[in-house]
Design a protein around this ligand. Sequence first.
Ligand SMILES: [Zn+2]
Length: 95
Amino acid sequence: MVKKRKNRGRHKGRGKKGRSGYISCSNCGARIPRDKAIRRVVWRSYVDPQLSQELKKQGAIILKQPLVKYYCVSCAIHFGVVRIGMSAERKAREG
Ligand SMILES: [Zn+2]
């Protein structure tokens, strides 16, 4: 079989994993398999960034909350989360 991608565009394990659940894209709401989505964790604090800088100077500890975002492939490419590799690189990787 001719393969376009080694992992078929997903992060599914070989063998026993089977089906994976679905999640919706954080941006467009598309329903995509969890292992196909591009996951990014953004650490956000509830404090205003300018204020937090001043507080840090005074030695305060500011708590940050992880904000997990899942993007579908088209959104991830559109917003520059991931990039399409050079054609030469792609060929080298697939071997
Ligand atoms: Zn999307």
